[in-house]
Design a protein around this ligand. Structure first.
Ligand code: NDP
Ligand code: MG
Ligand code: MG
Length: 330
């Protein structure tokens, strides 16, 4: 598989074009600011009521309402929450999609599950950073970058791939490596990753480990350091050098205990469930459920969010982290 780096992309392709970033949240602020720092003409599209309007202006960006930005722009990147994109697209973006414009996404959900069906006479591309927006910004400012996936849904101009690569370079992605995929593969692997491993899997692993120690009578402080805090240090080793580096860095006791016991925690039953989760993504069942959840005002999300916020690990964690001077207080 080809991996693209800085020398494979040319910033000139988007220079002088009007670039609109819709939304100024996690991804939105990162794309807008990185592209601006890369010499692009960037405008941000927000709703009038947005508390982030002033912040974007103070950062030196042009700020418009979403429909004004869509009208002004040659390239439109939608960085709104996935569940709000369809409605905003229909009412404030679609009317301004004249021939030859480019519509971009950072995740394929709405295109892949046909919530948004763009006109045929425009380019439709994706640039999906493989990391949270705040790291897309921070790594860029530090001179490094966040790996990105790019994908082409429609190539009306014949330049769609070059545009996607240029965008990826402008936000720092080609410093770390960019690979081309499809909207389908990005959407399905992204949903699977966040559900089974990154967000769902890791959070439940942490909670189960913490609860096991606390229920056995160990202090919550000790359980927190062991099961949550230390996980970051372990993940840093994976990030730097994979499983081998992690196992090299921990003690032989940890390595032996981990390899003989880890497979009892995550076993063939776990993998069977992972396969079920993946099929629900592939069949569209998860997408249907999530769209329905949003129509109903997110009752399940709100209930589970509250439960998680009230978990004992959150109380003890907040107390311990407040003493860690290097953690920003916001
Ligand atoms: P956020 O939730 O951080 O985006 C919030 C922004 O969208 C705010 O500026 C908010 O404005 C604006 N917004 C929300 N609803 C509307 C509306 N109806 N009209 C106008 N503006 C609105 O989104 P993310 O950055 O998390 O996600 C954006 C996209 O990036 C998604 O497709 C996501 O899948 C993808 N992605 C996200 C990653 C991440 O790290 N979070 C990683 C990779 C991809 P206001 O200030 O008014 O509330
Ligand atoms: Mg995701
Ligand atoms: Mg130990």
């Amino acid at each position: 598989m080809k991996v693209y780096y800085d020398q494979d992309a040319n910033l000139d392709i988007l220079k002088g074009k009007n670039i609109a970033v819709m939304g100024y949240g996690s991804q939105g602020h990162a794309h807008a600011l990185n592209l601006k720092d890369s010499g692009m003409d960037v405008g941000v599209g927000l709703r009038k009521s947005s508390s982030r309007w002033k912040e974007a202006e103070e950062a030196g960006l042009k700020v418009f309402t979403v429909d004004e930005a869509a009208n002004w722009a040659d390239v439109i990147m939608i960085l709104l929450p996935d569940q709000n994109q369809k409605e905003v697209y229909e009412s404030q973006i679609k009317p301004f999609l004249s021939e030859g414009k480019t519509l971009a996404f950072a995740h394929g959900f709405n295109i892949h599950y046909k919530q948004i069906v763009p006109p045929e006479n425009i380019d439709v591309i994706m640039i999906a950073p493989k990391g949270p927006g705040h790291l897309v910004r921070r790594t860029f400012q530090e001179g490094s970058g966040t790996p990105c996936l790019i994908a082409i849904h429609q190539d009306f101009s014949g330049q769609a791939r070059d545009k996607a690569l240029t965008w990826a370079k402008g936000i720092g992605g080609t410093r770390a490596g960019v690979i081309e995929t499809t909207f389908k593969d990005e959407t399905e692997t992204d949903l699977f990753g966040e559900q089974a491993v990154l967000c769902g899997g890791s959070a439940e692993l942490i909670k189960a480990g913490f609860e096991t120690l606390v229920e056995a009578g160990y202090p919550a402080e000790l359980a927190y350091f062991e099961c949550m805090h230390e996980l970051k240090l372990i993940v840093d080793l994976y990030y730097e050098g994979g499983l081998t580096r992690m196992n090299y860095s921990v003690s032989d006791t940890a390595e032996y205990g981990g390899m003989t016991r880890g497979t009892r925690v995550i076993n063939s039953d776990t993998k069977k469930v992972m396969k079920e989760i993946l099929s629900e993504i592939q069949s569209g069942k998860f997408a249907e459920e999530w769209i329905e959840e949003n129509k109903n005002g997110q009752p399940t999300l709100n209930k589970l969010r509250k439960e998680n916020q009230e978990h004992p690990i959150e109380k003890i964690g907040a107390k311990l982290r407040s003493m860690m001077s290097w953690l920003k207080k916001n």
